[in-house]
Ligand binder design. Sequence first.
Ligand SMILES: [Zn+2]
Length: 378
Amino acid sequence: MTILIKKGILTDGVSEMGAAKDILIEDGYIAEKGAEISQSADYTIDADGCLVLPGLIDFHTHVFEGGSDFGFNPDLVLSTGVTALVDMGTSGSGNFEAFHRAVSARTMETAAFLNISAMGQMGTGLNENLDPCLVNEGRIEELFQENPDFLLGIKVRISKAIAGKWGTEPLKKALEMGERLEKPVCVHVTDPCVDMDEVAAMLRKGDILCHMYHGKGSTILKEGRVSQAVWEARRRGVIFDAANGRTNFDFSVAEPAIKEGFVPHIISTDMTKATVNQGSLVRNLPYIMSKYLSLGMGLPEIVKAASYTPAVCMGRADRLGSLEIGKEGSITIVKRKSGDFIFSDAAGNKRHGGEMLIPLMTIRRGLVLFDNNELDRE
Ligand SMILES: [Zn+2]
């Protein structure tokens, strides 16, 4: 099976920065790129003027459908250009097997962080018990041994309302286990139980600070500027993920930070059952990416944060996240549409954007999984 995509604007933020080229997918892999490929193919797609991106990777979602109030069917977002995603700690050691079975039955490529709490994240108002005595270390170690490629790291939430009297103890436990398992820790920091500087100082190279632009309680800003401790964490190799969500993004934090150059390494949605394809807060990954266009980030940088960098953090950059020859033939074709578009944040602020990324076609491993019928295909 061969697919030839003609005249698209190739952009991955790594090897392609926006030149118009043809690209050929053969037997599920990217086989050739060039100014003009004349070879005939099973399908020829005319992508003139459209963006040809690597399949998008949403690094922070909740897809334990049926096992958590947050969980949605991950195949719902294939039509938004997402071809792989990460479940960020919806399951813990107590319900991981049910979660793994549920996502394995889906088309979407999935990997996961395991919650430090055995119960995982059950849904709004059902916060995980973070008593360190209840962390089943033996079972967690076993699960990481049994699922070396699927389980990427440990998730922990240290919001005041969740960590409660345990404070940073659960984070310390997660970091200690991360050290032992040689895996990263992803920490949720909205309204953190201690100053953000203290959290940032605890994280190691490769650990992930998610909800970097949240605006509740202590934030990454001190007197309107990104704090020294947060910058220091970034220099040390800590990964900053926007992980938007309904309650984890505030323009009054994002705007000054981005102006200073404190852009996200990863742009993800933190999508749940309540937000998948809904509203002006989350909706879908191309919608969130469009918001960063309006915040002044360049397209290649945005695409890199929504495909290549997540692929690296998944340990799958040998196969996913770029348009290099030999990589998996997972491609998202998108149109840049001009207009007046509204984006909202958790504090009720609204901003207008002038461009929206519209998903036209999703190809995964050489197979067209979504087509809005706009592009000519022979
Ligand atoms: Zn989340």
